[in-house]
Design a protein around this ligand. Sequence first.
Ligand code: BEZ
Length: 239
Amino acid sequence: MEETIKNEVISMPRIGDKAPSFKANTTQGEINFPQDYSGNWVILFSHPADFTPVCTSEFMTFATMEKQFEEANCKLVGLSVDGLYSHIAWLRTIKEKIEYKGMKNVEVNFPLIEDITMNVAKKYGMIQPNEDSTKAVRAVFFIDPKGIIRTIIYYPLSLGRNFDELYRVLIALQTADEFNVATPADWRPGEDVIVPPAGSCGTAKDRMEGKEEMYCHDWFFCTKPIAKEKVMEKVLKQK
Ligand code: BEZ
């Protein structure tokens, strides 16, 4: 999808698209994206600027949860339109000086992309000029092991992300793939999942007559349990 804003073409990748590829310098060296992450889930996310308070609270939270994401076979990659030295200085400050909500000495070990040219930010629709033309919004791209974009969430500059929700999204996507199911509103591991809709009148009838192991609210809305342990076992086994 492309949108023209102030005479500039901004590309906006969509769910189901191949993740646009790029090479970039990061705080962990050069990366070739998404090829370097083939076989892993990856969350590519942007923040508006280094040395800003909301972003600092987000980085501390995400870095603290990195192991949890790693265990679910998911790598984290950050980006802002700042330069490498700014990134390095900011991450050093976070580790050495900032204490927030019980988090301190926080080391950010995932790569943070320098994108002064906005090359990557523009490819991913992270610059949204009517919000801010010189900073990336808080974008979150969930990319699967085949390099396909599976979920996109955008937040404005003023709103810090909920990282428990980002983890929930990751596990829900993996659960949908592993078990061929969908997940209902507010789903969390251990709660009932939704089975694919009946594809024939016969199946619809069977379901309503209780011939399949599921609970049907109506023929098109059937759920079944999957134990939390079973979900987490699959998710954690992927690595
Ligand atoms: C922040 O991270 O605190 C922030 C960054 C840009 C605009 C507003 C807030």
